[in-house]
Design a protein around this ligand. Structure first.
Ligand code: ADP
Ligand code: MG
Length: 835
């Protein structure tokens, strides 16, 4: 068989991207290929190769400028090559090879991998009118069916992927890229590589492969041979498509079969199918997460049309000076280049999602979030608040009664709170600190100041049990100070509730503690001055606003406490509208909790250690993940396990049981008994997770620890270690191997007591959605931005957004930006009150 080298090479080169000029190295490898091919195995291919002279002339003429001297030398060696004798040909080819190899290019490598893209962006600042923006938005809101090639069937398939309108489709960004810029000479292919090849079909037809009928085609491009294989095919169609003599492109992964290379189920594009070639070959090709029932190629075609026709309707909402300062590009440029990158982009950076376009998209998402938060913050600052007199007799009296000295961190945070409270602007502050650092006392002092000024205080907790817990701890102090407290949760009988409503509206009750029941319509405060919210991330920005609306005329101060050590990244987004105080010191004498991990068959040892603590007069928690025995999950239910522990393990001690399905009365009774020490071992679900405070409890066993998130475990563990006694936490993991991820994850806890470090780990492992629980995840879902990876961009966005709002608090000069902000965040952040 003969190989038409010239023809093939020409097509290969033609498709190697519209390169103005090959660089030295690329050219070198290109010309080396045919020479190596013909000289291989002592010139075995030479006699069957046609068109070598033409090929070489063609390639030599492409030599870079620097090689113009060399070029003539090479051309003369090629002159009349075709009519020479075989021996003479060999000599010439050897001479050519010698010259080329003396250029001394080391083996081909991927040095481009880590280079930054060298593009410098200077985009024209596009100015459009508000009306044009609205018009563009209307078009982008049209259903996808409006697009070329999208009928009702495909539209339905798209909607399963969340693509409903044109804008959705534009933001359906590639998940990966494939380098199809170059057609790879078959002789250069490597096993495992994904590649585009171009070749002539030498032979094709069915064959048997271990009893299975398959379809095979052999192709060559003059540099080597490749087998294409199909296990599923339509023989008639394939015979036509792959008729010998045809030239085709094949795209796929290279694998090895015996001594030869092959491609299984390659994508085939026929020579001459110009439209497809233009879209699929010669570029960095985007790979999308697959849409069921729509082929990759067809999806790309739809996307190509959509991007061409609509991407520029995405307007440059973010002021151009900000983008320039941060070296970012407008959203339309970013989206366009992410879908169909130019051939000279650095594919590795694209693949790693670190391109300027990825950054621009992340910035865009963060910027609008931070803008919303900046607006909220700005708006709150404008409201009329209460200027409290912070020299409080109640506080003085309280501090005298306190059995311990405040830590310097607590003192510092109290000062920060006092400064806020003294101002006539509303306070909006977050106290962040690890479990057990003593936030409650700090919050109580703030409450005392408000009450001393004749105002009421409301404390909102995320769960009934926590509300009850707070109620009991605060009431102890409160009673001594002559303060009337009340507990208001959903579980309280109606008659009692009515009494509380009355007490709140007359002002008799100074301090109410409760759950979300606090912001029901019937609740009417006489003079609400301070809102304290515990474990805020469970509530979110919305509820905070709802409770604040309960105050009449003036805006009460808000103090948010979070015992969940939220990583800084999170804190900036979730609490972006709050001022931050951090208690970064533990009360004196606290010993770090000793945490140990046991595999299930060793749990006896853990309970032995618990017994030791009980003998010393301490108490214990045993935590389980579920309330009732579930058939599906082989989990130990609280009741069963509680009874088992009582009878078999701790017959000489009193075991109490606590779970979410109990009535508030029952829960309260149990908690009381535990607090008094009547119950020694409290077997509980995660209802004890937050806030429960029994310093004499020094040991905790967590069953099925592998089912909890790290941060949650850290929270749970924080229920012990609340005194100067050494405390312990025993994690029991079921059915995990020592090599497993779960095991490694749990070891993070054994090694660290630092909630922030643990939270960072957790966030990395689980992503923000799961980290925060379902309630908040929608609020933190980004298309491309990643809170962990793009932290720096988040900081930029925050800085720029806050700067902009400071300059123009109502975005009067940025009507388009403001409109876009409202569209994106109005519902999620209740911005309407700001506009
Ligand atoms: P958290 O920050 O987790 O809410 P708490 O406010 O519940 O922590 O405090 C944990 C325990 O430490 C409580 O028993 C509290 O009385 C005690 N405590 C708080 N501050 C101090 C301090 N400065 N010195 C000693 N014990 C303290
Ligand atoms: Mg607390």
């Amino acid at each position: 068989m003969e190989v038409q080298l010239y023809h093939l090479t020409k097509v290969c080169v033609k498709n190697m991207v519209k390169e103005k000029e090959l660089n030295k190295e690329d050219w070198f490898f290109k010309i080396l290929r045919p020479l190596e091919f013909v000289s291989k195995n002592n010139f075995a291919n030479l006699s069957k190769t046609k068109g070598l002279e033409k090929t070489l002339n063609f390639l030599i003429n492409q030599a870079p400028k620097e090689y113009s001297d060399l070029k003539n030398k090479l051309l003369s060696l090629c002159h009349n090559l075709e009519i020479l004798s075989v021996e003479e040909k060999k000599e010439r080819i050897k001479a050519l090879l010698d010259i080329l190899l003396s250029l001394n290019f080391s083996s081909k490598h991927e040095k481009e991998k880590n280079e930054e893209p060298c593009k410098i962006f200077d985009f024209p600042a596009r100015k459009i009118s508000f009306e044009t923006y609205i018009k563009h938005k209307e078009i982008l809101r049209k259903p996808v069916q409006f697009l070329k090639g999208v009928g009702p069937g495909i539209a339905k398939k798209f909607s399963k992927k969340g693509i409903h309108i044109i804008e959705d489709l534009l933001f359906f960004l590639p998940r990966d890229y494939e380098d199809r810029r170059k057609v790879i000479p078959i002789g250069d292919l490597m096993e495992g590589q994904r590649a585009v090849v171009f070749g002539e079909i030498l032979k094709s037809g069915t064959a048997f492969f271990s009893k299975r009928k398959i379809f095979e085609a052999y192709i060559t491009d003059g540099t080597g041979f490749l087998t294409l294989k199909w296990f599923n095919y339509n023989e008639k169609v394939w015979r036509k498509l792959l008729a010998p003599g045809k030239n085709i492109y094949a795209v796929g992964e290279i694998s090895r079969f015996g001594r030869s290379l092959e491609m299984i189920h390659p994508e085939i594009i026929e020579e001459g199918d110009e439209e497809k070639i233009a879209l699929e070959i010669g570029h960095i090709v985007p790979i999308y997460s697959s849409v069921e029932g729509v082929s990759e190629k067809y999806f790309r075609k739809i996307m190509k049309n959509a991007v061409e026709d609509y991407v520029d309707l995405l307007d440059n909402y973010i002021p151009a000076d900000i983008l320039k300062r941060r070296k970012l590009v407008p959203i339309n440029i970013a989206v366009k280049n992410l879908h169909f990158p130019e051939a000279d982009e650095n594919i590795w950076i694209l693949k790693r999602e670190e391109s300027i376009y990825h950054k621009s998209i992340a910035f865009d998402e963060f910027f609008f979030l931070e803008l919303a938060l900046a607006l909220r913050k700005g708006k709150i600052k404008k409201e009329c608040g209460i200027a409290f007199n912070v020299k409080s007799k109640l506080v003085e009296a309280f501090l005298k009664k306190l059995p311990f000295e405040l830590t310097s961190a607590q003192k510092r945070v109290i000062e920060e709170i006092k400064q806020d409270m003294a101002k006539s602007l509303p306070m909006n502050r977050l106290i962040q600190g690890d479990v057990g650092c003593g936030k409650t006392v700090v919050a109580f002092i703030a409450a005392l100041i408000a009450i001393d000024n004749g105002y009421q205080v409301a404390l909102m907790a995320p769960t009934e049990i926590l509300a009850e817990q707070h109620y009991h701890s605060f009431r102890q102090y409160a009673q001594l100070m002559g303060i009337h407290t009340a507990l208001l949760t959903g579980g309280i009988p109606l008659s009692k509730k009515r009494e509380i409503y009355h007490g709140l509206s007359t002002g008799y009750i100074n301090f109410v503690i409760g759950t979300h029941a606090l912001f029901q319509e019937k609740v009417d405060f006489k003079k609400l001055g301070l809102i304290i919210i515990d474990e805020q991330h469970r509530f979110g920005v919305l509820q905070r606003a709802a409770l604040r609306d309960k105050a009449k005329g003036v805006t009460p101060d808000t103090l948010v406490m979070t015992a969940t050590p939220i990583p800084r990244t999170m804190a900036l987004t979730i609490y972006g509208d709050l001022d931050l105080s951090v208690i970064d010191e533990m009360p004196k004498g606290r010993k770090p909790i000793i945490t140990r991990l046991f595999l299930d068959y060793n749990r006896g040892k853990a309970y032995e250690a618990v017994k030791e603590e009980l003998k010393k007069g301490h108490q214990a928690y045993v935590i389980l993940p579920l309330i009732e025995e579930s058939e599906k999950l082989d989990l130990k239910a609280v009741t069963t396990h509680g009874e088992y522990l009582q009878k078999k393990v701790f017959p000489e001690y009193k075991v109490g049981i606590l779970h979410g399905k109990m009535s508030s009365y029952e829960k309260e009774k149990i908690m009381h008994a535990f607090k008094r020490g009547d119950i020694h071992i409290l077997v509980s679900t995660t209802v004890v997770e937050v806030g429960v405070d029994v310093p004499n409890a020094t040991v905790m066993v967590i069953e099925h620890a592998e089912r909890f998130g790290l941060s949650q475990l850290h929270q749970l563990r924080g229920r012990v270690g609340r005194s100067e006694f050494q405390s312990y936490c025993f994690l029991i993991a079921y059915k995990v191997s020592i090599e497993s991820e779960a095991f490694k994850r749990l070891q993070v806890l054994c090694k660290s007591n630092d909630g922030f470090k643990i939270a960072e780990e957790d966030l990395k492992l689980r992503g923000p959605g799961e980290f925060l629980g379902t309630k908040q995840s929608g609020y933190l879902e980004f298309k491309k931005a990643d809170l962990v990876k793009d932290y720096e961009i988040l900081l930029w966005a925050r800085e720029e957004a806050f700067k902009l709002i400071e300059k123009d608090p109502e975005l009067k000069n940025y009507p388009i930006l403001k409109e876009e902000l409202m569209r994106r965040w109005e519902e999620r952040l209740k911005l309407s009150e700001i506009a």
